[in-house]
Design a protein around this ligand. Sequence first.
Ligand SMILES: Cc1cc2nc3c(=O)[nH]c(=O)nc-3n(C[C@H](O)[C@H](O)[C@H](O)COP(=O)(O)OP(=O)(O)OC[C@H]3O[C@@H](n4cnc5c(N)ncnc54)[C@H](O)[C@@H]3O)c2cc1C
Length: 290
Amino acid sequence: MAHCVIDEAEAILDREFPVLDKGFVRLVDYLGGDERVVQAARVSYGAGTKTYREDAALIDYLLRNSHTSPFEQVILTFHVKLPIFVARQWIRHRTARINEISARYSVMKDEFYVPEAEDVALQSTDNKQGRSDETPDPARIETIRAALAEGQKAAYTAYSSLVDEGIARELARINLPLSLYTEWYWQIDLRNLFHFLELRLDIHAQKEIRLYAGVILETAKKVAPRSCESFERHILKAVRFSGEELAELRKRLGITGSASDIAADDTVPKELSGRALERFEEKLRSGRQL
Ligand SMILES: Cc1cc2nc3c(=O)[nH]c(=O)nc-3n(C[C@H](O)[C@H](O)[C@H](O)COP(=O)(O)OP(=O)(O)OC[C@H]3O[C@@H](n4cnc5c(N)ncnc54)[C@H](O)[C@@H]3O)c2cc1C
């Protein structure tokens, strides 16, 4: 079997999908798809092509059992335009290959991210790393947005005059803020893309990177829909239970087990209480990993 050509993916190649006020995600290229995952997996088992249903079941089996290497045979290359503060979170995913615009070589464009009014929120009190649902006074929101834009304008004016004066671009840029847009090519295989998506679609990730991750997932679905469906089912929408949480769940379901099970394990506390119990119940209610 030669190249995988996937009509749905071909249809979106080179299309810019907008994210935030000035950013985008564009699928530049892809290699392989669901079919390649199946072919790679069947090499291990020495079996030929099967029916569509059998292939979908195989993909599901691989995902469910962390047989991840066949997913590494599928590669996606994206062109992404994103604010630097999002790029700093994104770049922590070390398994991608990246080429970013050089602010030493190029003059950066006057493009900065200003959050929409609905995204201006107060600091969360229970999550030190996030924003709350509470918003400032509506009049104050507009002042805040205007102040952000003003600061960006001042920084860009200072940058431009240094560049115009002939100061090295690598120095002129050092006072530009994190809201400046950058661009990169980002290439990653499907296995590592799923890991990125698991972390960056999670409610604990910052909203701005979550929006990018959402568009990336929709794009990946065009290339490998069956694999993405299995990922959503077994990873994205799944939650992990600790040993004591599992013991609590079994107790509530009236499940008793053999001597080898958790109930007989002295290292697992038998009762969940306080914050741990609240967290467990919230996990059950929301279906989210907490
Ligand atoms: C909500 C959230 C908040 C965060 N807050 C912070 C923060 O406050 N400060 C901060 O510094 N970071 C923070 N991070 C970044 C986080 O700690 C990880 O660096 C980032 O999510 C990348 O995860 P990763 O290493 O699993 O991914 P990748 O770099 O993509 O690696 C994928 C996998 O490859 C393996 N791997 C890669 N490199 C190595 C290695 N050197 N050794 C062993 N195994 C390796 C691991 O199994 C890893 O899971 C945050 C991330 C999230 C999602």
